[in-house]
Design a protein around this ligand. Structure first.
Ligand code: UD1
Length: 429
């Protein structure tokens, strides 16, 4: 199993290219089920999760062809996927697939919309809390589907297709909003989604669905209005930049000190996190093609944050921000309001000498003068990258085990960091 070895203490300088967003790439791949025509997706990130979902979709009848370019550490390259689901050959998503890749549960909506039936395994437990799917089912029921739960499967039927309706979500959910949007696009009549998630990746998927023929208003707001179509067409769409990767690298530079341009990063996707970073004493300026992140000598100010749905502080940057706060000059408080149990990085950060006290959904972090390298274990995607940040700040060697979690969501992480002067290498085997 691969490991990552880091020798901390290097300041970073140079350029880091930002890849296409994983959280848009996944639902966009799933949107290919909605049409028998070709869907071309550009700027796709080269990630384990994306490749796995494409393989899973093949079981439903989606052929894919990937046009790749040779990856380089400091140049922005993306892959182009050509996807065609001429015939849906299987409307069942079995447990062994959905348990490997939670987002593959989202095939429920397009399969129902296109074939009038779907049988999709419940995702089961997850390392970051229970993560139920009740809101997904609420959305499909509102669109006219009959739903049964049988032996761990959601068995859904809509023999005459889905029909538009009002969906009022009691809670903001990114996945359930994607499901509602995908279903409502290939559907008779108008759907209004209230309390929709406003994450930019939802807007990106909506823009692709518009190119495929759906009419969608309210993008970026919490009310989406969709005029469905009885047939959607092929389209070509370019995936937006990954705001979580950009925010992570910005936090890396804030942690190590240095001067780095994040090529392709967009401030508007990341306002709240940038505000927090600026308050820590990091300079963030716009460049014609990205964002420049600078921190010189200045100590790290302790800043308290609370995770919230977009446009609030993203839960997917919580672990990284906590890593940064371990070296702040004073005490900060981080409250996680989106997921229960999303603090698995705390005990690993403590192995490097961090002083963190957990109470319910709140972590209190007392900044320490120095972290010391140690062997640690990656537990989930975002938790793992917080260990990379801590390792880059720490004195001496940090060895991160189980890095396959990182490969799920960060493209060529060690290459991009070492090109800017970080001492980080992958040890294979
Ligand atoms: C997506 C992102 C993930 C991010 C999360 C929150 C993708 C592939 N993943 O995950 O990176 O951390 O949004 O920004 O885009 N919930 C319910 N019932 C449901 C669905 C969700 O109670 O039917 C709850 C969840 O348990 C959680 C909250 O709603 O507490 C938000 O979850 P949701 O926004 O759905 O997260 P995901 O779509 O799974």
């Amino acid at each position: 199993m691969d490991r990552i070895k880091i020798i901390g203490g290097q300041r970073l300088s140079g350029t880091m290219p930002i890849s296409g967003a994983k959280n848009a790439a996944l639902p966009l791949l799933i949107a290919s089920l909605l049409t028998s025509d070709r869907l071309t997706l550009k700027n796709m990130p080269n990630l384990a999760d994306v490749a796995l979902l494409a393989r899973i979709l093949r079981n439903h009848g989606v052929d894919h062809l990937i046009e790749g370019k040779r990856a380089q550490p400091n140049v922005h390259v993306g892959e182009t996927y050509h996807l065609t689901a001429r015939d849906i050959v299987d409307t069942t998503a079995p447990y062994d697939m959905v348990s490997k890749m939670r987002a593959s549960f989202w095939v429920l909506a397009p399969l129902l919309a296109r074939c009038g039936e779907a049988k999709v395994s419940l995702p089961g437990g997850c390392a970051i809390g229970t993560r139920p799917v009740d809101l997904h089912l609420q959305a499909m029921k509102a669109l006219g589907a009959e739903i049964d739960i049988d032996a761990g499967y959601v068995v859904a039927k809509a023999p005459k297709g889905l029909r538009g309706n009002r969906i009022v979500f009691p809670k903001v959910s990114v996945g359930a909003t994607h499901a509602a949007l995908l279903g409502a696009s290939l559907c008779r009549g108008e759907t209004v989604i209230d309390n929709a998630a406003r994450e930019p990746e939802i807007g990106d998927v909506a823009h692709c669905l518009i190119k495929m023929g759906a009419l969608i208003e309210g993008i970026g707001t919490s009310t989406l209005r969709i005029q469905g179509r009885d047939r959607l067409e092929g389209a070509t769409h370019t995936v937006l930049p990954d705001r979580i990767e950009a925010g992570t690298f910005a936090m890396v530079v804030a942690a190590t000190g240095g001067d780095v341009v994040l090529e392709g990063a967009k401030r508007s996707l990341l306002d709240t996190a940038i505000d927090a970073l600026v308050q820590t004493g990091t300079e963030v300026t716009d460049t014609p093609t990205g964002l420049r992140i600078v921190r010189n000598g200045h100590h790290i100010e302790p800043i308290s944050v609370e995770t919230q749905p977009f446009p609030g502080f993203p839960t997917d940057l919580q672990a990284q921000f906590m890593a940064l706060m371990t070296r702040a000059k004073g005490t900060s408080v981080i409250r996680e309001t989106i997921f229960e149990n999303r603090f698995m990085h705390v005990q690993e950060l403590a192995r490097l000498g961090a002083d963190i006290h957990l109470h319910g959904d709140t972590a209190t972090i007392k900044g320490v003068r120095q972290l010391k390298g140690a062997p640690v274990m990656a537990t989930d995607l975002r938790a793992s990258v917080s260990l990379v940040i801590a390792g880059l700040m720490a004195e001496g060697e940090t060895m991160i085990n189980r890095v396959y979690h990182l490969d799920r969501g960060f493209e060529r992480l060690e290459e991009k960091l070492s090109a800017c002067g970080a001492q980080i290498e992958r040890i294979t085997g």
